[in-house]
Write a protein that binds this ligand. Structure first.
Ligand code: ZN
Ligand code: ZN
Length: 273
């Protein structure tokens, strides 16, 4: 159970930690950032909507940011739309901030559906943009990935969270994560591999190097591709980063800017809240 102070802090909930495709007990990329009662959904990969529904009423999400159009980061946006359209109680449209091709994919996935824009309010974003979302200041950075992808920094009340999205090595990630209390970084490859596509993903040692260069407080490794193990990724990252390294797991909570880290469990008395 969270303490009173912890509830008031910025909190990151992992809703999907799998890399590129689901794995046993892991949905694809999705996270929820909560601060002062404001709930921001970050990515909505396949399988993650069920985890979101375990934690909160979907109507209570204030806005969503989708980092890029790959389905492991946005597929369940289709289900979220259907849920809100037919079973939701929102009075206003859900703002969805995303690079422009995310909307193109959504429209392609919903042929003949003319209600998407009645339910979701798509706002185009690019690297370099800054968003003011409730109590959260969100800054977007250019990830190094085959499609337009934004890494993001989220700040509020003196705490800072950074998220790499999907990216190969780029100095932009250290800029994005500079001074972050918590850096949520992809580590698709748990261990360095010799031959791999450029401009695509990181291994755990590279994630650790970026965390060191950025001077972050703690590093949470996510998007580790099965059958690579998160435990091995943590060991590899510790070779290049001296701070706390944690493996992201579905339905874990992380209190940003605090060493307090509860175990994976719903808030007492709030399932469906
Ligand atoms: Zn991905
Ligand atoms: Zn991707």
């Amino acid at each position: 159970m969270l303490t009173r102070n912890a509830v008031r802090a910025m909190r990151l909930t992992v809703l999907g930690s799998a890399g590129s495709y689901p794995a046993p007990g892991r949905a694809c990329s999705s996270y929820m950032v909560e601060d002062q009662g404001y709930r921001l959904l970050v990515d909505c990969g396949n399988g993650s909507l069920a985890n979101l529904m375990q934690r909160v009423r979907v109507d209570s999400i204030a806005a969503a940011v989708i980092t890029h159009r790959h389905v492991d980061h946005m597929a369940d946006l289709v289900g979220l739309y259907h849920l809100l359209r037919f079973h939701g109680e929102r009075e206003e449209r859900l703002p969805v901030y995303a690079p422009p091709d995310v909307l193109e994919v959504m429209e392609a996935l919903l042929p003949g559906d003319d209600a998407l824009h009645d339910v979701c309010q798509f706002e185009t974003v690019h690297a370099g943009d800054r968003l003011s979302l409730g109590p959260l200041d969100v800054s977007l950075f250019a990830a190094d990935h085959p499609v337009e992808t934004v890494a993001m920094r989220v700040e509020s009340t003196g705490v800072r969270l950074a998220y790499s999205a999907d990216s190969g090595p780029t100095p932009e990630l250290a800029r994005c994560a500079a001074g972050a209390d918590l850096f949520l970084c992809e580590s698709t490859w748990a261990v360095p591999i010799g031959s791999r596509p450029a401009h695509l993903h990181l291994d755990a040692r590279e994630a650790g190097e970026i965390a060191t260069n950025a001077g972050v407080g703690s590093l949470v490794l996510t998007h580790v591709a099965y059958p690579g193990t998160g435990a091995r990724a943590v060991l590899e990252a510790r070779a290049t980063f001296g701070g706390t390294v944690i493996e992201a797991c579905d339905l874990d909570d992380h209190v940003v800017g605090s060493p307090f880290r509860p175990q994976a469990a719903p808030e007492a008395g709030t399932p469906g809240a």
